[in-house]
Design a protein around this ligand. Structure first.
Ligand code: ADP
Length: 403
């Protein structure tokens, strides 16, 4: 471990456990705010370790590694939700300031805990059940109809740990692990397969003293369980839905005691009779989120700056959008290991484009970065043109298109 870190002028040190791209994107606002970041990185070449000078290498699952790291931090926050509950509890007992707190974080770590808690709060969710046996799966299938969606309560991301099932037999491998220590200890989460019109995300931030701020609701487009595009704000959203969804996200943040950024992933559903739309909550993330990358260039305060402000209990920044539309397309790894030639070409082709790369080696399907475009004009035509520009840029970088 490098020697203890102290920042100048009484400014605090913010520690982030995990060296992924979310931690990396906290570095520019940390520099602007004169805060010092430190990252507990998986490896010397982790995305954030490449840009944060004090990035000791250690395991987030190892109490001694995290404890040693936390010693030089004024507050500790997270790049992901995979720090084990026992490690979090021990840090809290040591007096380490953790944001979000372990008590809140459990609802982002465990989808069964999240469903139980949101149901208690009366937050709209898909119909769901906790199943430990084939008979329970069959019973729920008979109630909501097949196919149904099965999820491992812990450890899922990017659609891993999510299965669409046409019969209980398709879950036999998971059912045989139920009750064993690990991700399936408490059983499987079952949900009705929601017939949604699209996916939305509400992004809010809350500070320990209870100040909260909400960004405009966005539409997230997924492909193969991976988010590929974000439209900010969500186009043609019913005003009542925007207000209800934002209020729901703020209530979740307040009642769960979330500190920092909270992303609430939602399904938009349409009532076939009235044609009115409403929301159902899919899942929670308590950290900056993929659906919020548009805020770097498209909002007065980015989600990364806001997360730093919130975990330090500083007054929050203005979450307003800078213009009528911001569109983000995610860049996934393709076949070409070398991005620099396409990167240069895109800069020349589209001077309004903002390219954000995460310093990661190219592997097919890996999230390498994102591109952002903005529209100064409202309206659907403007949005369609922006989506084409963003999609083209992401595809070109990946080598999916060559002109
Ligand atoms: P992860 O934790 O891997 O992000 P999610 O629970 O967000 O998993 O599910 C990934 C994707 O699967 C969602 O974005 C959505 O497209 C689809 N999905 C998840 N749950 C349901 C459901 N109950 N009904 C229909 N589609 C779903």
């Amino acid at each position: 471990m490098p020697p203890p870190l102290r920042a100048e002028g009484g400014f605090p040190v913010v520690g982030i456990v995990g060296g992924g791209q979310l931690a990396r994107m906290c570095q520019p606002p940390a520099v602007a705010l004169s805060l010092t970041l430190s990252v507990l990185a998986e490896a010397e070449d982790a995305s954030a370790a490449l840009v944060v000078p004090h990035s000791p290498v250690g395991r987030h699952t190892d109490l001694e590694d995290v404890r040693e790291f936390a010693r030089h931090c004024d507050v500790v926050t997270f790049d992901h939700e995979h720090v084990p509950v026992e490690v979090l509890a021990a840090l809290e007992a040591d007096g380490v300031v953790l944001h979000p707190s372990p008590a809140a974080l459990v609802y982002a770590q465990d989808k069964l805990a999240m469903r139980h808690r949101l149901a208690e709060m009366g937050i709209p969710c898909p119909r769901w059940a906790q199943a430990r046996t084939r008979a329970e799966v069959e019973e729920f299938g008979a109630e909501v109809g097949w196919p149904l969606v099965a999820k491992t309560p812990r450890g899922g991301y990017d659609g891993k740990g999510v299965r669409v099932c046409r019969s209980a037999a398709e879950l036999d491998d998971w059912l045989s692990a139920v009750g064993e220590p690990g991700t399936l200890a408490d059983g499987i989460l079952l949900e009705e397969a929601v017939d949604f019109t699209r996916e939305l995300a509400a992004l809010v931030a809350r500070s320990p003293s209870g100040q909260a701020a909400a960004w405009p609701l966005v539409e997230t487009v997924q492909s193969g369980g991976i988010n590929t595009e974000v439209l900010a704000p969500a186009p043609d959203l019913e005003a009542g839905l925007a207000a209800a969804a934002t209020e729901g996200a703020l209530r979740i943040a307040g009642e769960l005691g979330v500190t920092g950024v909270l992303a609430v992933e939602m399904f938009e559903v349409r009532d076939p009779q009235t044609q009115h739309t409403s929301y159902l909550v899919n899942e929670l993330a308590m950290r900056p989120h993929n659906s919020g990358h548009w805020t770097i260039d498209g909002s007065v305060t980015s989600q990364f700056e806001q997360h730093l402000r919130a975990v330090l209990d500083l007054p929050l920044g203005d979450p307003s959008a800078r213009g009528p539309w911001t569109v983000v397309a995610n860049v996934l790894g393709g076949e070409h290991p070398d991005l620099y030639p396409t990167f240069r070409h895109l800069m020349a082709r589209d001077p309004g484009l903002k390219i954000h790369l995460y310093g990661k080696g190219v592997r097919p399907g890996r999230k390498l970065g994102h591109v952002t475009v903005f529209g100064a004009e409202g309206g659907t035509d403007s949005l369609t043109a922006l989506r084409e520009r963003a999609r083209h840029a992401a595809d070109y970088l990946q080598g999916v298109v060559t002109a």
